[in-house]
Ligand binder design. Structure first.
Ligand code: TYD
Length: 208
């Protein structure tokens, strides 16, 4: 069976992790081997990088290169081998997050981010990307609420304008690749409805 690479993207508080998990469970029930993974942190080294990035202030370039280090490792040791075996890979975030956050959000040149990434990703590219979106103010509220009394991470502390640039960036990326991206509003917090929408899309495309 042919491997299938699906990514979930979106701003803070979009509920990507819940949808990734529900989608992975559903795909498993269809008899597919599923690898549910995430960025940053989809490998052991990635877990350490994730802690570093989310807790240390740093230059935008450094931030991008650390996310890239995580992604290079993740692509080579988790994603590619799984696709080669014919598995479905469901990744909670991928390169599009770097383009949206470090590119559109922090202002690093998109062409540079793409060129560096091309160096280690080669022809690895998602078959389908679900962009879960909601107004940034609501997303931040949900993310902080979910975290409860824990300290917000560095991204949740950013001003609203940053998150608005990130969301606009995601939309721009989707406009550039309308075939790959499927935009799904998650403003109404009905996980089951959102899940049904994702499954419908997979079926409509004949991917399952
Ligand atoms: P995480 O706690 O996994 O957040 P979430 O549940 O929102 O996915 O932390 C990931 C944070 O890192 C999130 O705020 C988005 C950011 N990020 C980037 O800025 N660039 C990237 O390339 C990736 C993968 C994540």
């Amino acid at each position: 069976m042919k491997g299938l690479f699906i990514t979930l993207e979106g701003p803070e508080g979009a509920g990507k992790s819940t949808q990734a998990r529900m989608l992975a469970e559903w795909l498993q029930k269809q008899g597919r081997e599923v690898v549910l993974t995430r960025e940053p942190g989809g490998t052991e080294l990635g877990q350490a990088l994730r802690r570093l990035i989310l807790t240390h202030p740093m230059r935008p370039e450094t931030e991008f290169l650390l996310y890239s280090a995580d992604r290079a490792e993740h692509a080579a040791t988790v994603i590619r081998p799984a696709l080669k075996r014919g598995a479905v890979v469901v990744s909670d975030r991928w390169l599009d997050s770097s383009l949206a956050y470090q590119g559109y959000g922090r202002g690093l040149p998109i062409a540079w981010l793409r060129a560096v990434s091309q160096g280690f990703l080669g022809d690895l590219w998602p078959d389908l990307t679900f962009l879960l979106y909601l107004p940034p103010r609501l997303g931040l509220w949900r993310a902080r609420h979910r975290r409860g009394t824990l300290e917000p991470d560095r991204f949740e502390e950013e001003e609203l304008a940053f998150h608005e640039r990130v969301l606009e960036g995601f939309f721009e990326l989707a406009r550039g690749e309308p075939e790959r991206f499927v935009k799904v509003s998650v403003e109404k917090p009905r996980a089951e409805e959102v899940h049904r929408r994702l499954v419908e899309e997979l079926r409509a495309r004949g991917l399952v």
